[in-house]
Write a protein that binds this ligand. Structure first.
Ligand SMILES: *Cc1c(COP(=O)(O)O)cnc(C)c1O
Length: 411
């Protein structure tokens, strides 16, 4: 978002015009940012066979999926529904990786029938899979390398207590199952959470992956998941993808030479591609002075953007309606009957009732985690492409709230 002659623009379109055209609350995505991120990543890894699998749980709007596909990316999905959405968006099944956790075997079979890559993250499923498919369907195995991702336990998924992946210490058990069912292991996968991807930690993770990989002879790809850090506030440490490429490309190439096959390296960025490409725009309903603070109460809440309340995450907030206003301190809250605070003590240009506020970094895990709590409608979504705004999901209406309910039963 840039300020041009006193008006905020998203991808060359005036943000306030988007609110006039599509109303608020509304999620707005800028394709230009997604494309730039994708190119930065692929350029940093020139010299190896890189495949970027967009982790679509960050946002599954079909138009966004189609845009990501047009860039040349594949998809990583965690539910059979995400897989079907990716297929609907036109992805080749062979560019899709299905990485479920704690699902029924029937869901894996459905994914096999759809022709996508299957990532298996526990021993009992691997055994069932081998029993059922033998060597006829290749698999990827998700390992837990036990590398502790610092910070938030909710988003650290590689540590000892994590429910994700098969421990590297269970290698012998895995090997027995693979050998006895003649399972074709085409890929190994690790995704250690959202907080660790700097070159040094990554090099350590890569060594764990390589030593594990030496136990398998049919590999085609090694998938290093995600963990790319993006900036939520000024001064945040971000993943330096150029430095990462410089470290990893030679390590990977030398492993491939040793292994005797040119493997593909896969990444699964969600946030990295989408977070900064998205904004969530809301209207201020109430400005309320209390003894402690000034609340700006907006026409949204934890039902639409839950990350601040769920992960304690920081989203920058801008007042789009009053860019020249005197900066003052506000606590921005939602309209849900819960304590749904978006941000305490934020300095914003003076907020008046009716002003439009923007939450930054809203492209990933924003709309995807929205709910109907308090029986509110989920917001509309707009995609800005080539300086034009397109509605890519309409706002819900009252019929949407009752569509799945039984309205016949009465007392
Ligand atoms: C969530 C997830 C990702 C994406 O994580 P980001 O932090 O959004 O980049 C990648 N791979 C798997 C398996 C995931 O569950």
């Amino acid at each position: 978002m840039e300020l041009h002659n006193g008006s905020y623009q998203i991808g060359g379109v005036e943000a306030l015009q988007i609110c006039r055209d599509f109303d608020t609350p509304v999620y707005v995505y800028d394709t230009e940012v997604i494309g730039r991120r994708y190119r930065e990543l692929t350029q940093a890894f020139q010299g190896i066979r890189l495949d970027v699998k967009y982790a679509c749980k960050a946002s599954t709007n079909p138009a966004l999926l189609k845009y990501v596909r047009s860039l040349g990316a594949g998809v990583e999905g965690v539910s059979i529904q995400e897989i079907r959405l990716a297929l609907l968006a036109g992805f080749d099944p062979q560019r899709i990786l299905y990485t479920p956790n704690c699902v029924d075997f029937a869901e894996l079979r459905e994914a096999v029938d759809l022709g996508v890559h299957i990532n298996i993250d526990n021993i009992s499923l691997l055994e069932q899979f081998g029993h059922f498919y033998g060597s006829s369907v290749p698999v990827c195995i998700r390992i837990n390398p036990h590398i502790m991702a610092g910070g938030n336990a909710n988003i650290a998924v590689g540590h000892i207590d994590s429910k994700f992946g098969i421990s590297i210490h269970q290698m012998r058990h895995v090997q027995r199952i693979v050998d006895s069912h003649k399972i074709m292991v085409h890929g190994l996968h690790m995704h250690t959470g959202s907080d660790i991807l700097d070159a040094a930690v990554f090099a350590q993770a890569a060594e764990v992956m390589f030593s594990y990989a030496r136990n398998f002879s049919d590999l085609r790809y090694l998938d290093f998941g995600s963990g790319f850090k993006v900036a939520y506030r000024d001064g945040d440490v971000t993943t330096d993808v150029v430095a990462l490429g410089e470290t990893i490309v030679p390590l990977f190439n030398s492993f491939c030479r040793e292994y005797g096959r040119e493997l593909e390296l896969w990444f699964e960025p969600g946030k990295y591609l989408l977070s900064e490409a998205g904004y969530f725009l809301v209207r201020t309903n109430v400005v309320k002075q209390t003894t402690a603070t000034v609340f700006a109460g907006v026409n949204s809440g934890m039902n639409h953007l839950i990350r601040p309340m769920f992960y304690d995450s920081y989203h920058r907030i801008l007042n789009l309606s009053n860019p020249g206003g005197t900066p003052r301190i506000y606590t921005v809250v939602g309209y849900i009957c819960e304590t749904d605070t978006f941000g305490w003590d934020r300095q914003l240009n003076e907020v008046r009732e009716g002003d439009i506020l923007a939450f930054c970094n809203a492209g990933a895990y924003g709309m995807a985690m929205a709910s109907n709590y308090n029986s509110r409608y989920r917001p509309a979504e707009v995609l800005v492409h080539d300086a034009a705004a397109h509605l890519i999901r309409r706002r819900e209406n009252f019929e949407d709230l009752t569509r799945t309910a039984n309205l016949e039963l009465d007392f």
